[in-house]
Design a protein around this ligand. Sequence first.
Ligand SMILES: [Zn+2]
Length: 248
Amino acid sequence: MKKQIISIKSLLAFLLAAPCLNAGLDSWISSILPERMRASESMRSSIYTATKHLKMKKPVFVMHASLEENTLAEAENYLPFSIIKVDNDAIARQSDTDQKYVGYHEVGHVVHNHAIIDSTAKQIAMPSYILGAVTACQGVLGRHSLTPSRRSALLVTSAISWLCNILAERHVPDYSAPTSRKYELEADTTAFSLTAALDGNAPLEKRLAFLNKIAETKGLDYRDRSEAHPTAGEEIALIHAALAKKPA
Ligand SMILES: [Zn+2]
């Protein structure tokens, strides 16, 4: 029991200290993940080049996960660290430029700490729910009577879950519409400036030419990605801004 407490303590200490200690630690941890959890080499390399360029203190762990259809990658932001999940199979079908862009875009979500309160609160609420449910079941089944200490554990875990969920809902009142549109715009802004800084203007000019063609035929309000993402017109404006900002 004592051993377990010590290891939970050291885990907590690591999580709290991680942002200060991070000096390549995140890319090292991502590289020692088991093969089936490891994101593709090219994605890890473009993501870590971007996090280094931005001098990010908070650790970002990159890993492979099978994601929903049409989702290439996604970022989850927690208080002490972030995780970027990459769908290796889906990403392999993209061009090199597009793969880099996806990596930079997810780094954008990390840099802006998108949905951090929401994900952190949900993460804390999850074990509380499980603990609460287990304690309640034990009580109902009568296997273990609800001793005062079990009863207070149940009360505490339920209260934590309840508070965490209230916090999550208050801070992210409408995640599906305006908030996520704002997030996607911010992530794209970061992605375009990272492209200009790390890969030069050529990929941006290529995307601009493609978007101008799309805008001519389908209009400025057309978008070739899902609803939350910028329209062709908005993306054109973002790329012009990134090109203008780039130092000569
Ligand atoms: Zn996004």
